[in-house]
Write a protein that binds this ligand. Sequence first.
Ligand code: PEP
Ligand code: MN
Length: 448
Amino acid sequence: MTVNVDTQTQDFSWLSLPAAQQPEWPDSEALRKVLADLASYPPLVFAGECDQLRARLAAVARGEAFLLQGGDCAEAFDAVSADHIRNKLKTLLQMAVVLTYAASVPVVKVGRIAGQYSKPRSKSTETRDGVTLPVYRGDSVNGFDFTPESRIPDPERLKRMYHASASTLNLVRAFTTGGYADLRQVHAWNQDFVRNSPSGQRYERLAKEIDNALAFMHACGIDPEEFRTVEFYASHEALVLDYETALTRTDSRTGNLYDVSGHMVWIGERTRQLDHAHIEFASRIRNPLGVKLGPTTTVDEALTLIDRLDPDREPGRLSFITRMGAGKIRDLLPNLVEKVTASGAQVAWICDPMHGNTFEASSGHKTRRFDDVLDEVKGFFEVHRALGTHPGGIHVELTGDDVTECVGGGDEVFVDDLHTRYETACDPRLNRSQSLDLAFLVAEMYRG
Ligand code: PEP
Ligand code: MN
């Protein structure tokens, strides 16, 4: 499949290359109109913010900061509400405080948010009770309902994605700069969690230490602006190239191209073919980039990705988000990290402990075990410790709501509970309590 945008006059070199996982829009004239409209809309982010995130990620690549990247597997239009957005943000900020204290380095906070509406799929159709329909590809493309009408790709959805992203980002910016995210407030939420969670006792000491540190600073009269506002960035998988291309603009300051649909974008495991459109697209934009690396990744592929996406070996430009699986990471990651490091590249190494650990429960739900997620992060730390490289961060699928999608955790979800609040439109997410558990446990790992 090729990409359909023809509204641009610039040399968008990726448009002539094959692209995997693209929707088959039924009406090219409707698509053309939508893309022309999108191309006329204002950017969702400012190129200077992307540069700032690149600088923050450079600190991650140098071992001076830690990345916390998280959010839904798939955002959904009907979940664009104040409650959902606030709960997710609150959870990420709570995790970040714990990690900041334990790691004693800045934690770069990046949501899988305000643009994560498109999903790559392993199969293009889905069969239920003898009926076969096109697979759901995310709210940006078609509907989740299992009906022929809902599964027809509708380009108007690309405009809804833009508007949903804009209103989400607007609320995130309001919360993070408007006082809601005050460090002392976030800490108070963590104290609530420690008090009320079954596993909370285990974290009491760490929470108490943070409390003491805050009380000490308060006593000294320290009340910096950094306590009241939070730097928070938005990221998503750059999957539907019609949309990403329409949002790719020339920065008037520098003449460089930026994908202004989000601060950071990543290329997924299924679309990172070296001679295809997604990698060419990524190579042409100045946003900080992620690439997912699954268990079949070869050293040659990793090195070629660096040549293509980070030819200047610029720290912060490229993050490798590894998703090997708990059972494989200790075997597969060392060679990759070793060879990439030997090549002189300074990528940030990020652990996605979700996508290598998905399985189908006896109930039929797609799920993940909290212990596998934790074990992959443990393996990630072990590998980097052994090599003397920096475990740069974690990339997780989570929600701030009390869903029952992953099994395990301190407030344990059992296989038999999965049906009670299984709400994800795609992959299973850690719920609020499992996410905070993970943050405290990673904090313990960080302290060794
Ligand atoms: C995802 O992040 O939701 C995803 C599909 O990941 P991957 O490309 O690593 O499979
Ligand atoms: Mn996913």
